[in-house]
Design a binder for this molecule. Structure first.
Ligand SMILES: Cc1ncc(C[n+]2csc(CCOP(=O)(O)OP(=O)(O)O)c2C)c(N)n1
Ligand SMILES: [Mg+2]
Length: 631
């Protein structure tokens, strides 16, 4: 049997029949489409989605392929990322965009997905394959290459890239896309470019293309010799430390990590992607590690002689730009599903799924127990956080207080979402996550504007959880429009807008590198000096949110905020809670460092002074080349 379908119809039909399966649990591999139509896809993918909706309704009452109309293409990729991350990468969404700007708007989202290793399927529309009336509207002409389009910019950002010039090529492209989307090692942005004429072209596709396919997501088990070698290194340690990364959460390895930590007594620090892998009050939890981590974790890292990294890619924030691990003989053992990450810092690699790897290591370490001396430090740190949470200043609340109030308002299953600004650092230090899916800070790409769009995807992935997007005023101004999408879809979010009139984060960083907060506040420009040091701007983001259809609660004090969040929780519609904070009030620090180079020569005293401090920080930077050990 053959089906005469357009390329676009075949794409939709095929994707509707893909499932993933891990641990016996099946779910749709591509749960739906997000999109914005233009002339590049309205008659192709647009027609196919309409047909899928009508056909599905007739048969089962449910669309064969659900569709969500987004407001910005970059944002819709963020939504897809939020969705897939919440589903532990076992279910993803597809994004369709028109040609030219619609498609290139997705580039930032593609980079974000690939950096964070989150599956998204991008279907940018492309210029005519026939080139009959070239250049078409929005086509990039290149005097050297006849086959280049703007979509070639997706190549370095995608873990798999194809362009379907002919309908016959589609099956291979689709199978290749599914392989990468469902492979925890390879996954990231997957891009299939669909020329606008090809989308509408019909072809006799064989029936088997549309058979139900189940993509088994394997739990790779470690090589037994590598387990032995890793166990030998860990056994020989005096002061080991575990670094729990996002891989622990994606692999649902929290239970194994809990047992591993309790049995061995090894303290566990977490990364931005790994926060919540163990509950904050777990006896072995020592908080976030690195540039924005807790001083307790950083102190332990400083003395650790063996570091067991589990599911971490060791970003510069995690390693404090490679100053966190100071023991002269420190060695690394990295349990990671990707050999690329397992080998980092010259580690002894243990290539495996995090859960399977920990399960294999536990018996190999049987009887080895380390007695840590970190519990008093953790208790003291928790008291510091308590004070920061509850510091009622009477004037503008501090950001730490805002975090405290939101943390208090959150049930254990509620989700907090953030991505950029001063909040990610404060959250990593101060947030108390009680559940592996509670803390959703996109800090691989740290993309301003992710918050609301990402929160929408998270809520779509798990409607049973309350989702709080914490948004700085800078992020809000970049990308707030998905409030409208959420309202149209009947998706309830709680959006907490933290207004501090500019970039508190980059302002503080600017000061630290001697740049005097130049160009980081949202204030009127001083015509004489060119500085933005005039009065604050007459911007009212609460009113802005109201104009988009959100219910709005304005809060002045921390107590107002607590009350506002209570009302927002009770509401059944999207609610924006607006609070103003003091951009200069900083919370407890991390006793750590981050490498941001300072000008080597300068006429400004502030820069020269900062340069001296920078060189001091640099002195502790390490290469970490010492062999981790041989399997
Ligand atoms: C898309 C994007 N552009 C620029 C940056 C660099 N950047 C990081 S934080 C930040 C300021 C964020 O301002 P806001 O959202 O108000 O948060 P605050 O710093 O005030 O906490 C900037 C410009 C970024 N991370 N992402
Ligand atoms: Mg701000």
């Amino acid at each position: 049997m053959k089906h005469r379908l357009t390329v676009a119809q075949a794409v939709v039909r095929f994707l509707a029949n893909q499932l993933t399966e891990r641990d016996g649990i099946r779910q749709r591999a591509v749960a739906g489409f997000l999109g914005i139509f233009g002339h590049g896809n309205v008659a192709g993918i647009g027609q196919a989605l309409l047909q899928a909706q009508r056909t599905g309704q007739a048969a089962s009452g449910r669309a064969e392929m659900p569709y969500i109309l987004a407001r910005n293409e970059q944002a819709m990729v963020h939504t897809a990322v939020g969705y897939a991350r919440m589903r532990n990468r076992l279910s993803a969404m597809a994004c369709t965009a028109s040609i030219g700007p619609g498609s290139t708007n997705m580039l930032t989202g593609a980079a974000l997905a690939t950096v964070n290793r989150i599956p998204v399927l991008l279907l940018p529309s492309d210029v005519f394959a026939t080139r009959v009336a070239t250049p078409v509207l929005q086509e990039l002409e290149d005097s050297r290459f006849g086959d280049v389009s703007v979509n070639d910019a997706f190549r370095p950002l995608s873990k798999y890239f194809d362009r379907v010039w002919r309908p016959e090529q589609l099956p291979q492209a689709l199978l290749g896309a599914m392989r990468v989307l469902t492979d925890p090692v390879e996954t990231g942005a997957v891009t299939i470019c669909l020329p606008q004429d090809v989308q509408a072209e019909a072809y006799e596709y064989p029936d088997e293309l549309f058979a139900q396919r189940v993509w088994h997501v394997a739990r790779a088990v470690p090589d037994p010799l590598a387990v032995e070698a890793a166990a030998a290194v860990i056994r020989g340690a005096k002061r080991p430390l575990i670094v729990a990364g996002g891989g622990v959460i994606y692999s649902e390895a929290s239970g194994q990590l809990d047992r591993f930590a309790r049995e061995t007594g090894i303290p566990v620090a977490d990364t931005q992607a790994g926060k919540g892998a163990l509950s904050w009050d777990h006896p072995n939890a020592v908080g976030g590690l690195g540039a924005t981590g807790s001083p307790v974790a950083n102190r332990l890292a400083g003395h650790a002689d063996v570091v067991l990294g589990v599911g971490t890619r060791y970003s510069d924030f995690t390693t404090a730009s490679r100053t966190a691990f100071r023991h002269p003989q420190v060695r690394f053992v990295n349990l990671n599903v990707a050999s690329f990450d397992a080998g980092k810092l010259a580690a002894l690699p243990l290539v495996a799924d995090a859960r399977a790897g920990l399960a294999a290591l536990r018996p190999a370490l049987h009887g080895r127990r380390f007695t840590g001396d970190f519990h008093d430090d953790v208790a003291a740190w928790n008291a510091t956080v308590d004070r920061a949470y509850r510091k009622r200043s009477g004037e503008l609340p501090t950001q730490a207080e805002v975090i405290g109030v939101v943390n208090d308002a959150c049930g254990a299953r509620d989700v907090v979402v953030q991505a950029a600004g001063s909040l990610p650092g404060d959250l990593q230090r101060l947030w108390r996550a009680g559940d592996p899916k509670q803390y959703h800070v996109e800090y691989g790409y740290s993309c301003m504007g992710f918050e609301i769009a990402g929160a929408l995807g998270i809520k779509l992935a798990d409607p049973s959880r309350e989702v709080y997007a914490l948004v700085g005023d800078g992020s809000y101004l970049m990308m707030a429009q998905e409030i409208v999408t959420a309202i149209a879809e009947g998706v309830k979010l709680i959006v907490v807008v933290v207004q501090n009139h500019g970039f508190a984060s980059i302002g503080a960083l600017s000061e630290q590198v001697g740049s005097q907060r130049f160009g980081t506040s949202y204030r009127f420009k001083n015509a004489q000096t060119g500085d933005y040091d005039g009065p604050v701007l007459p911007v009212d983001l609460a009113l802005n949110a109201e104009s988009l259809g959100a219910a709005v609660i304005r809060c002045r004090t921390a107590a107002d905020l607590a009350e506002g969040l209570k009302r927002a929780r009770e509401a059944d519609h999207l609610t924006v809670v607006h609070v103003e904070t003091d951009p200069l009030a900083t919370g407890p620090g991390s006793d750590s460092w981050w490498d941001v180079p300072v000008a080597e020569v300068a006429t400004l005293h502030s820069t020269r002074h900062a340069r001296a401090g920078y060189l001091e920080g640099k002195r502790d930077q390490r290469h970490h080349l010492r062999p981790g050990g041989q399997a």
